[in-house]
Design a protein around this ligand. Structure first.
Ligand code: SF4
Length: 735
């Protein structure tokens, strides 16, 4: 048996794994005891990874060769790589000639490796000359990106996992870490055991398993986080808990924010958020003073910022998946800046990434609103810098389409060719009726996938078989800016290939048509060469990894960025000198007004629907759904509803209920759950149409829970509000 050191492909904790293999088959997995994210631990998903790749070849669940569907609705026919790559290059060339680059779009995934992102990005921007490249990370982290950039000047989480052990207060907002980031939660439990005085505050409309561990659970009304954070700042101002020196020396814009929060008394916020004023005051105290404030109890002066214990905030989709996503992020960062709770051990905002490489995708600029090296596509100088590194004259100026607008454009008939890699938009995007109409209308849909049957593969004109975890090489970046190697333990089965290799092959054929005679831009000697080109795009930027060669990664293990040339290790935490990467070196307070959710509940749709993860499943289950053991925890989806609401609707445990929004309907068994507040409902996000299946009364395919959600998005981050929709619930009437 061989063991290969790699990284878990599920969540953004980024745990190290040792893949056990015999011949061409992965036979087991164990946690890497030397990886600084997990020190050998794995959760239920990570410890069953060996059942999700080569095992599935035996069950005919892997896509093993390129397949073409000559006619919509017709059968797929096998096609060799030669034919598939040539066909795709021809189709892109034809669309470019007929309709231009804006008619082509790429939709990628936070499951891809950084090198995959880098090559796709170069193909889209340098060769096809379109900024229409986005990713399912738009549904995950784009509000955190926008929040960091507008408040701190760069998309860079300043804190790290080690800070969990130093913090006197952990402020966890919109994150059920106990289930969504289980190994990180074990570290939270360790920190608490080592420091029983540590205080945990959890902000969540549901009493989650994370909230069970809290000293204070703020069970607020959905979408009211900005009002809560403004009221906490109001209390801090009133009580004299600000760090006036930090504000004066290292920030700007506090006067406007102070004036805004003057109206947000704890009593007013309590009314809006559905909380008690005393809860808000308590949360403000623990946040500002770092819990009990260790030195205060020892006779110190709590008004002296230096005497206070540190506060670390952790946050995820509850803040991000919102039409106020950026405002929520910035309002939370305001609290850190106002109290000086940043840039020191145990303090700072630390966004948790949902996917294993949402961070790497941001670094490589694989989003419509980004360029490599945290550059901006609207900045001519940034475009010129990247064009020079890539060896082309210019990059496109015209703004690209982000996730939801990309599918809206396809539904209007404006996208002629859509290339989807490693993601399942026919389940994961909101407003599924529109998404499916878009896929049906787009004349040529390419789906690059490891697995043979997802909701999206059914719409493919061309299916390209991709290698998956355990079969490919590259890098990923986790939530604390730590870059880890991903390594192949076995060859990919059948004719499956690595994702960047597929993109590069098509690119080489396309450039032979578009740039005949010119040296190839895509002639990489291997994955390390792609990595080195990516590193070059970061040099001199806030995320500089000029010193992080493949050899350094192999010899010294995972490293945090930045790690510039000549550095012996990466930087553990950022902004310790109080300087921020803004033009004047100061962080910025953002005075964003509170705005309610986009779709208010009303008499027709009186329930607030929330969606989220279960402990043992991942995204649309295309990977975790193949492991029978992972269904032991929750064998089927259920509508979780407060018992009072079940009684009001005449529903009993296990009976079928119909959920209806303005966009669609779904029938699910109901489960009584006092963790959900009255007039709210929770449904896990994992089950798509292949599991909840069937058709509704009009013969339309039911599309899972995202058939009910709307696509309205945060105006700054363009991230849709997947955490809230107004619905009605009634006993299901079955035909
Ligand atoms: Fe994988 Fe996340 Fe579990 Fe770690 S916590 S083993 S990264 S799913």
């Amino acid at each position: 048996m061989a063991e290969t050191r790699s990284t878990c492909p599920y969540c953004g904790v980024g745990c190290g794994v040792l893949i056990q293999s015999e011949g061409n088959r992965i036979t087991g997995v164990r946690g890497d005891p030397d990886h600084p994210a997990n020190f050998g631990r794995l959760c239920s998903k990570g410890s069953t990874l060996h059942l999700t790749a080569t095992e599935r070849v035996l069950r005919d669940e892997r896509l093993l060769r390129p397949m073409l569907r000559p006619q919509r609705g017709g059968a797929l026919q096998p096609l060799g790589w030669e034919g598939a790559s040539a066909l795709l290059a021809d189709r892109i060339d034809a669309v470019l000639r007929d309709k231009g680059p804006q008619a082509i779009a790429f939709y990628l995934s936070g499951q891809l490796l950084t090198e995959d992102y880098a090559v796709f990005n170069k193909l889209a921007r340098a060769l096809v000359q379109t900024n229409n490249i986005d990713t399912n990370s738009r549904l995950c982290m784009s509000s955190a990106v926008a929040g960091y950039k507008q408040s701190l000047g760069a998309d860079a989480p300043p804190a790290c996992y080690e800070d969990l052990a130093h913090a006197g207060c952990l402020f966890i907002a919109g994150a059920n870490s106990a289930w969504a980031h289980p190994v990180l939660f074990r570290r939270i439990e360790d920190a608490r055991a080592a420091n029983p005085r540590q205080k945990i505050v959890v902000v969540d409309p549901r009493r989650t398993e994370t909230a069970d561990e809290a000293d204070l659970h703020l069970q607020l009304q959905p979408g009211t986080d900005v009002a809560l954070f403004h009221a906490m700042l109001h209390v801090m101002v009133w009580e004299g808990w600000l760090d006036e020196r930090f504000i004066a020396e290292h920030t700007g814009g506090f006067a406007a924010l102070k004036s805004l929060v003057a109206a947000w008394t704890p009593r007013e916020a309590a009314r809006v958020c559905g909380l008690k004023a005393e809860q808000i005051e308590q949360a403000a105290r623990w946040f500002a003073l770092g819990g009990e404030g260790a030195d205060v109890r020892a006779g110190g002066d709590e008004t002296t910022p230096a005497a206070r214990a540190p506060t670390l905030s952790l946050y995820c989709q509850g803040l991000n998946q919102s039409t106020s996503g950026t405002a929520k992020n910035s309002a939370l960062i305001n609290l850190h800046l106002a109290t000086g709770q940043i840039g020191k051990p145990g303090a700072g905002p630390l966004s948790l990434t949902g996917q294993p490489n949402a961070m790497g995708g941001r670094e490589a600029g694989g989003m419509a609103t980004l360029l490599p090296g945290h550059r901006d596509p609207t900045d001519a100088a940034h475009r010129a810098e990247v064009a020079a590194i890539w060896g082309v004259d210019a990059l496109p100026e015209q703004p690209g389409l982000s996730a939801v607008p990309m599918f809206e454009a396809a539904a209007r008939g404006e996208i002629e060719l859509l290339w989807i890699a490693c993601t399942n938009p026919a389940q994961s995007l909101p407003d599924q009726a529109l998404v499916r109409a878009a896929l049906a209308r787009c004349p040529f849909v390419v789906v690059q996938e490891a697995f043979a049957r997802t909701e999206t593969t059914g719409y493919a004109d061309l299916l390209l078989p991709a290698a998956t975890w355990g079969e490919k090489d590259g890098t990923v970046t986790n939530s604390e800016r730590r870059i880890s190697r991903v390594r192949a333990a076995v060859p990919a089965p059948g004719e499956a290939r690595g994702d960047w290799q597929i993109a590069a092959e098509v690119a080489r054929r396309l450039e032979a048509k578009l740039r005949p005679g010119a040296p190839s831009l895509f002639d990489y000697a291997g994955t390390e060469a792609v990595w080195n080109e990516h590193r070059q795009t970061t040099v001199g930027r806030d995320l500089d990894i000029g010193g992080l060669s493949w050899t350094v990664l192999d010899q010294r293990g995972p490293q945090q960025w930045p790690m510039a040339a000549g550095w012996s290790s990466g930087r553990v935490r950022l902004y310790q000198d109080g300087r921020f990467p803004t033009p004047d070196g100061r962080a910025r307070f953002i005075a964003a007004p509170y705005k309610p959710v986009a779709e208010a509940t009303n008499a027709q749709h009186p329930f607030a629907l929330n969606t989220g993860r279960l402990r043992d499943q991942w995204h649309g289950m295309s990977r975790s759904g193949s492991v029978p053991a992972l269904f032991a925890h929750a064998p089927q989806p259920a509508l979780q509803l407060h018992p009072q609401d079940m009684a009001r609707r005449g529903l009993r445990e296990g009976e079928l209920a119909e959920l209806k929004s303005k966009r669609g309907s779904l029938v699910l068994p109901v489960a009584a759950d006092t963790r959900v507040a009255p007039l709210q409902a929770f449904v896990p996000m994992h089950w798509g149409s292949q599991f909840v299946g069937g058709t509704d009364a009009k013969g339309q395919s039911r599309a899972g829970i995202n058939g009910l959600m709307h696509g309205k998005s945060c105006p700054q981050s363009l991230q849709p509000e997947l955490k809230h929709a107004a619905i009605n619930i009634a006993p299901a009437v079955l035909p």
